[in-house]
Design a protein around this ligand. Structure first.
Ligand code: DQA
Length: 148
C-alpha cells in the first residue's frame, strides 16, 4: 500500500461562526484561522488535509459517503449534531475510516446534553476542551494509526 496520509477535517453546524461565538468557551479564534492552524499542524507532520464545513446535515452525510478512495482518516467535529444525529453516526460508520472526534470546548463541563455523543464509540478517541491544540493531538494520533 502507498503512503496513507490524507486527512479529512470535517466541521459541522455553526462552526463557521466561530469568531462570533462566546470567546470564553471557544477561544475567540475565527474559523479561517482555525483551519489555517490545523493545516499548519498537518504539514508539520507530513499529512495532507482537505477541509469541509457545512450547516446542512444532508451535505455532511453525503460528504462522508463520498470519502471512499479520497481520504485515509477523518478528524470530525460535528458541532451540535454530535449530540443527536443518528444519520451522521450511520454515515460515519459507512465511511469506515479511522476517525477522531474533536471539540474545542470541554463538552463534559457544560450542559448535560453535550455529554452525549452519538459518534464516540465509532472514533478511536474523543478530544475535548483543548481548543485548537486538540486538533494537533488528533492528527498525531491518526498519523500513528496510519503508520501501523
Ligand atoms: C462543539 C461543542 C458542541 O456542543 C457545540 O454544539 C458546538 C461546538 C465544540 O467544538 O466545542 O457547536 O462541537
Amino acid at each position: 500500500m502507498g503512503v496513507r496520509n490524507r486527512i479529512e477535517v470535517m466541521h459541522g453546524v455553526n462552526l463557521d461562526q466561530l469568531g462570533r461565538r462566546d470567546p470564553d468557551v471557544y477561544g475567540g479564534l475565527s474559523f479561517d484561522r482555525l483551519e489555517q492552524q490545523i493545516g499548519g499542524y498537518a504539514r508539520e507532520q507530513g499529512l495532507t488535509t482537505r477541509f469541509f464545513q457545512t450547516n446542512a446535515e444532508d451535505e455532511f452525510v453525503e460528504h462522508l459517503h463520498r470519502l471512499e478512495g479520497l481520504s485515509d482518516a477523518i478528524v470530525i467535529n460535528p458541532g451540535a449534531w454530535t449530540h443527536y444525529s443518528w444519520a451522521i453516526r450511520d454515515a460515519l460508520e459507512i465511511a469506515g475510516l479511522p476517525s477522531i472526534e474533536v471539540h474545542l470546548s470541554d463538552v463534559n463541563a457544560r450542559e448535560e446534553f453535550r455529554r452525549v455523543s452519538v459518534i464516540r464509540d465509532l472514533c478511536l478517541e474523543t478530544i475535548s476542551g483543548r481548543g485548537v491544540e486538540g486538533y494537533r493531538d488528533a492528527l498525531t494520533r491518526l498519523k500513528e494509526e496510519l503508520q501501523t
